[in-house]
Write a protein that binds this ligand. Structure first.
Ligand code: GDP
Ligand code: MG
Length: 200
């Protein structure tokens, strides 16, 4: 089993690599930007850019929501960082995306609830991810729930698919700021626990 986190150079500092995949224009870049910077990006990457976000996990994220870990104190010196690899979803980049899987523990597969093709693509990404490496966690995300009138993928369909694969599932709207704040804290707790149990 690959390790969950990589020590990124000096004692007590850990980086957790994540990757974001999915069809183009579902909102991958917007979502990760929202998570990291807290607002919609002024420019979208429009399909061809690969972006790496580095993000130090706020301590509040790690302890706030779950009383079970609230009493577990992360030593002051320890720093945790997310490194999020945003990718482009078009066919011609698909081989390139694979080259980023190595050493990555968490994968987000994003589709848009108003784009049936993007939901049907999920299976492609699952197969691709599962061929390549060990995943600590895969998260399925149905984005753009503000477009309720244009919805063609129901919540239940998304949830069922996620359950079938054993993935976490969230619906989000970057535009309306729904479900985005919970995303990272939700995956931080298991990470913290694993760190405390295994590394620190
Ligand atoms: N209505 C709506 N539009 C969104 C949402 N998230 C992203 N978008 C828009 O969808 C388009 C594609 O977003 P982008 O992040 O570049 O998608 P990517 O190709 O998957 O990285 C942009 O015009 C975004 O502003 C959302 O939650 N709701
Ligand atoms: Mg993008």
């Amino acid at each position: 089993m690959d390790s969950l986190v990589t020590n990124w150079g000096f004692r007590g500092s850990w980086v957790l690599k994540m990757i974001v995949v999915g069809r183009s224009a579902v909102g991958k870049t917007s979502l990760m930007h929202e998570v990291v910077v807290g607002r919609l990006p002024a420019i979208t990457t429009l399909n061809y850019e690969f972006v790496v976000f580095n993000y130090e996990i706020p301590r509040e994220d790690l302890v706030e929501q779950d009383s079970k870990y609230a009493s577990l104190k992360l030593p002051e010196k320890v720093k945790l960082k997310y490194q999020i690899w945003d990718t482009a979803g078009q066919e011609r980049f698909r081989n390139l995306v694979k080259s980023y899987y190595r050493g990555t523990s968490v994968a987000f597969i994003v589709y848009a609830i108003n784009d049936r093709d993007s939901f049907e693509d999920v299976e492609y990404w699952v197969n691709d991810l599962e061929k390549y490496t060990f995943w600590h966690k895969i998260v399925l995300i149905g984005n753009k729930i503000d477009l309720e009138d244009l919805r063609v993928v129901s919540y239940d369909e998304g949830k069922e698919l996620a359950d079938e694969y054993g993935f976490d599932f969230f619906e989000t709207s970057v535009l309306k700021d729904i479900g985005t704040a919970e995303l990272m804290p939700n995956i931080s707790h298991p990470i913290l626990k694993s760190l405390l149990d295994n590394y620190i």
